[in-house]
Design a protein around this ligand. Structure first.
Ligand SMILES: [Zn+2]
Length: 195
């Protein structure tokens, strides 16, 4: 069984994830000399032949496919108004809404007039919550299944799991918890729609 207890930083990391606070930084071990290097939200670096980044406070790999996808699927112009998508705001909006910032503003304005805005925001929030559950689930499954050799903590120290982990048991518990959470979010959304 797992003897390592969750430390305060693990709890903090989870809290950052849940509250959407993304300013948290992490560090990683470089080579064998226990030197640490600090990384922060959005940084991209190579380690163990993989490309890593920190997204929403979590260290994770970027697959080459993701990079290619991003380049292929971000169009030059907004499909709605045909204006060039420029600036980070429009790029972020394109990822979430498949249109530029101006078009999102216009769309939300129309929804407000029709009285559909609150419903739309609730759906967006639910979608966001579901994304967080997905991320948390894959983060935890990854943490459990990555290695039994140890775990590089945020201060660059390799922590070892004592006595190994019941990977199968933990994985199924995590999947079950994520499933329950998803069902809860979906139920809340449906109840609001009916009300
Ligand atoms: Zn547009």
């Amino acid at each position: 069984m797992l003897k390592k207890e969750f430390k305060r930083k693990d709890v903090n990391r989870m809290r950052n994830l849940i509250t959407g606070k993304t300013g948290a930084s992490t560090s990683t071990q470089v080579g064998y000399n226990k030197k640490t290097k600090e990384y922060k939200e959005g940084d991209v670096w190579t380690e163990n032949k993989k490309t890593w980044t920190i997204k929403k406070g979590i260290k994770q790999t970027i697959s080459k496919l993701d990079k290619i996808k991003k380049e292929i699927f971000m169009p030059l112009c907004c499909p709605k108004c045909n204006k060039v998508i420029k600036g980070q705001l429009s790029k972020d909006n394109y990822k979430a809404h498949k249109k530029c910032h101006d078009c999102v503003i216009e769309f939300e304005h129309k929804l407000r007039i029709r009285g559909e805005y609150d419903d739309y925001i609730k759906k967006l929030e639910a979608k966001n919550s579901l994304d967080i559950v997905d991320e948390m689930e894959s983060y935890l499954l990854d943490a459990i299944n990555t290695s039994n050799e140890g775990f590089v903590s945020e201060d660059g120290v390799v922590e070892r799991w004592k006595g190994g982990i019941d990977k199968t048991g933990f994985s199924s518990k995590i999947k079950k918890a994520a499933k329950t959470r998803r069902a809860h979010i979906e139920k809340t959304l449906n109840d609001e729609e009916r009300a």
